[in-house]
Each structure stands twice: as C-alpha cells, then as structure tokens.
Design a protein around this ligand. Sequence first.
Ligand code: ZN
Length: 157
Amino acid sequence: MAINGIQFQKGLSLSAFLREYGTEAQCEEAFIKARWPCGFICPCCAHDKAYEFKRRALRYRQCGSCRHQTSLRAGTVMEHGRLPLTKWYLAIYLVTQSKTNIAALALMRQLGVSWKAAWLLKHKLMEVMAQREADRPLSGDIRVDDAYLGGERVGKR
Ligand SMILES: [Zn+2]
C-alpha cells in the first residue's frame, strides 16, 4: 500500500509547540508579530507611534497622534476574555490539531479551565475558522481523508 502524502504531512509536535508558545511572553510576542507585522499601526488614523500603559493588568496602547486607545486583543476573538494567551494558544493548537474534533470536555481537561470556558473557546475558534474560510472556496485537486458517505439505514434495506 502506498503512503499517502497527505496523511504524513509534517505538523507541529506538542513539545515543539510548548517550546515556541509555552510562556505568556512568547505568546504575546508571537501575537504582536502576527497582529502588527510592521510595528504598531493605529486602527483609527494609521499612525505608527503609541504609548503603552497598563489598566487592570491589561496592557494598552494609546496612539501618539489621535490618542485612540487599543489593546493587543481588541478586535480579535480574544477581546472580551481574560484567559491568558497561553490558554488561547494551546486551545488553538488542540482544536486545529484534532482530526476528529476535540470535545469541550477534553479541552477543559487539557487546558485546566471550566467546561463553560472550554466550550466557549472551542466555539469561538470554530466560528473564526469558518469566517476565515468562508470566502475561500476549495478549488483544484481536492482530496478528502476519512470521509464516510452513505452507509446503512436503520430499519431499511
Ligand atoms: Zn491614531
């Protein structure tokens, strides 16, 4: 039997993930690079200078030009939560690495959060993934792994 290249794609191992994103500082640095790859840009006036300050343990940036205040999480799926970035990043890893859809209960145990928090995290992540892919229909050579179509009908032949 030939090896299916799709099934043997290189992924990010849990140990490699934890080396990259194991601390709050690592996650914050990665988030800043993803959010503002060319440095801070004010969402209101596009000015590139800001002052940082803390309010209730959260770091904010105030635009040096229009004085608009924003945070790293503002306008993202993480905006209204107080969970540490390490929990968010690990949730993203677990939800995206699971081939068979990780259960909220499993996520709760893996993250060490309440079931309600795990359920909300999972559904928020699934929603943003769906939004991200909504305007990118599949095209070209499409391969589906482990798809089950049809099957037996209960009570019918
Ligand atoms: Zn501004």
